[in-house]
Design a protein around this ligand. Structure first.
Ligand SMILES: [Zn+2]
Length: 663
């Protein structure tokens, strides 16, 4: 009876949330992992549990074997060659996961048949199909011949970056199995569950991983940075102490460390004898930071604070961080990468930390399919990172981090806001013939730069337009409903849109249909206006706007008075209309009329938004791609030459541009 009540309550609350009919599978991994650090081989057993919450009977189970992609001739290798990225060239004859046996483990042990296809997919054929709400328990014996560092994983200089390193359940959702092979574009999709992972490693290894330590010693205490001392001072004495500790260890001494992680869809770990440890804390959450001694001057006392601030920011804006810790590790690769409770960054950067920890919301908590709808994770975290940076550094005090500019540009030149800079960059893509829509499967983008420009940059600006159009309060109301409905679940773009609509009480299909599925842009021009005195010191301005871009938006129109007084009204009848009229009453006689003066709607050409001439001039600095979006820029530079009479001549070369690439 008690059970019945609980089930009834659960189904009622799912219905109230608008989630009736939603289900997701439940998985548990219990893995015993032995790392042979000399031969770079993992030998492991996985005791696995799979609970079928779907309404379907499953005759087979599928798992990913991602590391098998890093071999010559694989799908990934062929795609990389086709795109001219070079080829996979392992140092060993073959690297990847080998399955030794698969056994059903409930009553009597039964060997199950299996096969591997598309390089990275394991099909396990069940002796009896798995019925709805039934549980399957089985064991996998496997080995992983670890590749040297490639992309985001592997070993290098004694460090093991273990990501996508184990046989991992393929997600089964309302669209069936997501049997995507591991190709050159696109990321991951994981089934939520529990990971209990025991790592058997050399005694002197320092480990960072998804989850919390429930048994054994991850090795942090011996290398715990004393941040009250200067880095060099601490490092010198600690390096000597640690070396003598290592020298005193008996050859082959090992340890076993157990990590437990709940409600996550992936598990990653890093191990090396050369890491040091710093601790941070935000509310009840630990922030573990692990980096190599050589990175000390850059990482010490900085990265832990970036982590704390990111957790505070993201929890406040988008919903609480549901896990007990966050680990930030210096990876052997160049960029950054996200895993539940753990991020790997190749270099020190606040923006990179905020981006990757942001993924613990947008992918970790909202576990979307990163291949089908990559913008749901990359677009959101790019958006929230820019928001964080502009909030914290309104005058770009963090510009020294911007890798797009050289030292001189960072120091000496006037700066645009991040938003304006990003808009210039994205528009140069949007207005090119290569422009593709945002909502495309990662592997289906045709043009080289389309993946990054769409799922990161364009999507992040679309979310910013939405936020500014709705206002922060309504936008966050929609985001919080999204969290309430889909935290620790598998949302799709439609689930996000529905949450936004329900949270704001506004139909938003017109907005998303255009931005997600079409390839246009926004450009409204001021066609003209008439000012009429309506008595009592009041004026009625009739503003005519013309839509020049493909997208229609309810753009605001502002009339400005002689003392900078302003009245704004939005274009009401905007859907599909080319021409529109906005009537604005004011208690002053307008001296100027401007469409969307704050550029809420990401207008491609802002020069036609009022009737003024906007021209600015500056000295030409080669490579300085920092153009004001509200003016046509004339760049000048002196030129030296000789006349026919061989007289030296000094001239001026002038060249004009809008946004740096429009003439
Ligand atoms: Zn990312």
């Amino acid at each position: 009876m008690k059970m019945f009540k609980r089930i009834l309550f659960l189904s009622l609350s799912l219905t109230t949330l608008g989630l009736s009919g939603y289900w997701q599978q439940d998985v548990a991994y219990q893995m015993n992992v032995h790392l042979d650090e000399k031969d770079k081989v993992i030998t492991a057993t996985s005791a696995l549990t799979y609970i079928n919450h779907s309404p379907d009977t499953l005759p087979e189970i599928f798992m990913h074997l991602y590391p098998n992609a890093f071999n010559p001739g694989t799908i990934l290798d062929q795609e990389a060659r086709r795109r001219g990225w070079g080829s996979v060239d392992p140092e060993k004859a073959w690297t990847g996961i080998k399955i030794k046996q698969v056994n059903r483990s409930e009553i009597a042990t039964t060997a199950l048949n299996f096969s591997i296809f598309d390089d990275t997919l394991l099909r396990i054929i069940l002796d009896q199909p798995l019925n709805p709400s039934d549980t399957l328990r089985f064991n996998l014996d496997w080995t992983f011949d670890i590749h040297s560092h490639f992309d985001r994983s592997g070993w290098e200089d004694g460090q093991f970056d273990m990501t996508q390193w184990y046989p991992k359940f393929v997600v089964y959702d309302k669209n069936g199995w997501h049997k995507d092979p591991f190709g050159d574009w696109g990321e991951f999709y994981g089934e939520f569950g529990t990971f209990a992972v025991t790592l058997d490693v050399p005694e002197d290894y320092i480990i960072g991983a998804t989850g919390v330590v429930t048994d054994g010693d991850p090795g942090w205490v011996n290398v715990w940075v004393d941040t009250t001392l200067a880095w060099e001072e601490w490092n010198q004495s600690n390096a000597a102490t640690y070396q003598s500790y290592r020298n005193n260890l008996k050859e082959g001494t090992r340890k076993s460390v157990k990590f437990l992680a709940e409600n996550v869809h992936d598990f990653a770990w890093v191990a090396s004898p050369d890491l040091v440890y710093e601790h941070g804390r935000w509310q009840q959450k630990d922030v573990h930071v692990l980096f190599n001694r050589s990175e000390g001057p850059k990482w010490s006392r900085k990265e832990s604070h970036y982590g704390e601030r990111a957790l505070a920011w993201l929890s406040t804006q988008f919903g609480p961080y549901p896990w007990p810790q966050m680990t930030i590790v210096k990876s052997m690769g160049g960029g950054g990468m996200e895993y539940p409770m753990l991020i790997m960054d190749g270099y020190d950067s606040e923006g990179l930390v905020v981006h990757e920890i942001g993924h613990d919301w947008f992918y970790g908590i909202f576990g979307n399919d990163e291949l089908d709808e990559a913008w749901l994770d990359e677009g959101f975290t790019t958006f929230q990172t820019r928001w964080y940076q502009e909030n914290r550094y309104p005058n770009r005090e963090d510009r020294m981090e911007d890798k797009r500019f050289n030292e001189f540009e960072r120091q000496a030149l006037p700066w645009l806001s991040r938003t304006d800079q990003d808009k210039n960059d994205v528009l140069s893509y949007i207005m090119s013939p290569e422009n593709e829509p945002i909502a495309i499967h990662s592997q289906d983008f045709i043009h080289e730069r389309s993946y990054r420009q769409n799922v990161y940059n364009k999507a992040s600006l679309v979310l910013q337009v939405l936020q500014r159009y709705l206002g922060e309060k309504r936008f966050l109301a929609g985001m919080h409903l999204y969290y309430k409905r889909f935290a620790l679940k598998h949302p799709t773009a439609n689930d996000f849109i529905k949450a936004m609509e329900d949270g704001t009480g506004e139909d938003l299909d017109w907005f998303f249909d255009q931005w997600l599925h079409n390839t246009g842009w926004v450009d409204y021009a001021l066609a003209g206006y008439e000012i009429q005195s309506i008595g009592d010191e009041k004026y009625l301005t009739t503003v005519r706007v013309k839509r020049k871009g493909e997208f229609f938006m309810p753009v605001p129109v502002t009339v400005i008075g002689p003392r900078h007084e302003q009245v704004t009204a939005n274009l009401d009848n905007f859907r599909y209309q080319t021409n529109g009229t906005v009537k604005i009453q004011s208690a002053f006689k307008p001296v100027n009329v401007v469409i969307d003066p704050d550029d809420i709607f990401f207008d491609a050409n802002r020069l036609n938004n009022d009737k003024k001439l906007h021209v600015t001039a500056r000295y030409r600095v080669y490579g300085w791609a920092n153009y004001r979006p509200d003016a046509y820029t004339l760049e000048y530079a002196p030129v030296f030459g000789f006349t026919d009479a061989s007289r030296a001549k000094l001239g001026l070369n002038i060249h004009g541009t809008y946004r740096g690439w429009m003439r």
